[in-house]
Design a protein around this ligand. Structure first.
Ligand code: SF4
Ligand code: SF4
Length: 202
């Protein structure tokens, strides 16, 4: 999809109530997933932890990040058919027996004001708001989505979150594509050992 236009699932047309129930499971990647971060998230979190400049970003990456895989369907305006690309991106390393984000302590986010955009906009990710099946699948994992009570989100608020989320992902993808999917060109502060095993995929 090249357009930022997002077709909201009918289920969300009149808005929904949602409040986090603080179970912390999304901060464990729901046991099988990841927590994605983009450039702005990394800079904001490193600043928050007073890790300054290129060296600060490098030590932040070393301590808290890992290279993970992502996919995106993309069709350039000049193409008749698009394709699904596989590529490298960054996510949180997990820690502990329950594999949780380093910043989750007693089920509380200790970097709440600086948390990544993906954490901020959950559950209004594009893949969730455009597809009821995805939302239903996540409701099996997230008690807040099962309950659907609490803060009311209007249709336009939901769309706004999803648009921003898609824009961040799309901009990262296009920058990476411009650099022939070499993640170190997008994130020059990444320690070499972190990327040497991460194969370039496209
Ligand atoms: S899984 Fe849902 S209820 Fe649990 S912490 Fe995440 S958003 Fe909150
Ligand atoms: S940054 Fe905060 S909200 Fe995001 S995964 Fe870590 S603990 Fe959870």
């Amino acid at each position: 999809m090249t357009s930022a236009e997002i077709k909201l699932s009918k289920f969300l047309e009149n808005g929904i109530e949602f409040s986090c129930q603080m179970c912390g499971d999304c901060c464990r990647g729901f046991k099988e997933g990841e927590v994605y971060l983009y450039k702005e998230d990394i800079v904001r979190l490193a600043n928050h932890l007073r890790l300054k400049g290129e060296n600060g970003l490098r030590s932040f990456a070393k301590q808290y990040l890992k290279v993970i895989k992502d996919t995106l369907f993309w069709k350039s305006p000049e193409e008749t058919r698009g394709k699904t690309y596989k590529f490298n991106t960054l996510g949180f390393k997990f820690t502990g027996d329950d594999e949780h984000c380093h910043f989750l302590i007693d089920n509380i986010c200790t970097v709440h004001e600086a948390r990544p955009f993906q954490c901020r906009c959950f559950p209004f990710w594009k893949m969730m708001v455009t597809n009821k099946k995805n939302l239903t699948n996540y409701s099996k994992k997230c008690p807040g989505l099962r309950l659907l009570k609490g803060r009311f989100y209007t249709r336009s608020e939901i769309l706004e979150w999803a648009r921003k989320e898609y824009k961040i992902e799309k901009e990262y993808f296009l920058e990476l594509k411009k650099h022939n999917f070499d993640i170190i060109k997008v994130y020059p502060f990444l320690p070499k050992e972190m990327v040497e095993n991460a194969k370039k995929l496209s």
